[in-house]
Design a protein around this ligand. Sequence first.
Ligand SMILES: *Cc1c(COP(=O)(O)O)cnc(C)c1O
Length: 393
Amino acid sequence: MIYLDNAATTWIAPEVLEAMTPFLQDDYGNPSSIYSLAGRSASALESARQTVADYLGASPDEIIFTGGGSEADNLAIKGTMRKKPGGHIITSAIEHHAVLHTCQALEHQGYELTVLPVDGNGLVDPEDVRQALRPDTQLITIMHSNNEVGTIEPIREIAAVAREAGAKMHTDAVQSLGKTPLNVDELGVDMMAFSAHKVHGPKGVGALYVRKGFRPVPLIDGGGQEKGRRAGTENVAGIVGFGRAVELLGEEGERSVEQMRGLRDKLIEGIMAGIPEVVLTGHPEKRLPNLASFCIRYIEGEGILLSLDMQDIAASSASACTSGSLEPSHVLLAMGYPHEIAHGSLRLSLSRYTTEEEIDRVLEVLPPIIQRLRDMSPLYAEAMKQERSGQNE
Ligand SMILES: *Cc1c(COP(=O)(O)O)cnc(C)c1O
């Protein structure tokens, strides 16, 4: 099987599973207990925290482990806004639902929300952020990179606007981890969210970086774990796995990023050259090195996915995210694509394990799949008829 849906989730790396296994079996102690069995859990936990902190140029007490990327986003947003009821939030129209729906939930509770537009490449303009500022703006939350089209946002510039205004800056960096450099001081952010299962770690674990001196209101009250910032007995095995996954990112470094970038470029060039009436979505250069996304005219993304699945190729379509319904993606609509084009979206996301043979295979099977689907499409027949009558005039 060829797995090209790494933006949705990734398989657990063998080294990660190996690091986790002892903590699911023999070393099951609760890190808060005092005997040596528990001590092994506690020190594994702290060593994972150190690894994640080092990777980001942060200090260990700035890392709060959470139950995943969505929780980290919720903690950043609700935890900041609930410090002072009724403030103003700035976000963008292309955020992951973990951010967008969280902001909208707060808006229903009486907070003020500005949702900024993006340009045709999915970029937020830092000047728009500046224009949206109000005296009561408490939080700016703009994603580091987009999960559907891969556009990388100018976070450093936006964080500078936030700092000047005295607002907190949060960025969802779930897709960026391991794909592009992330240093908390270079970016100048106050909070940054991560998820383990997007980087070959386990599901259900993530982290929120929170700059020293700031304390978001906890989402979960209870015991004093995570220095009182996130109650509940720690997911030791998951956190150890996350730490090992981040360690591997550090070891792989530029080499795997360059490999993904090369294969992504081959995929983009091959699809653009081999299939007519396709648009590359997202920014042509400022994009994740592992993500290729397209709109393929006259057909539905779902049809492409089912045909690819029959060839044992896993991919995704932006509209499939809001599963079941055929709503086109809010990201593509915000970028200005009309409904009928946004429906034909296709996202292929690579990992460091993706091979050139796999990319070659996709480039071989995709064009005939698209042609077959178009041959069955009334939209395509109509468009061809119009084109022919145009030529006859
Ligand atoms: C996957 C993803 C999330 C959610 O992370 P989970 O760990 O699945 O909760 C949030 N933001 C972005 C950009 C993502 O791609």
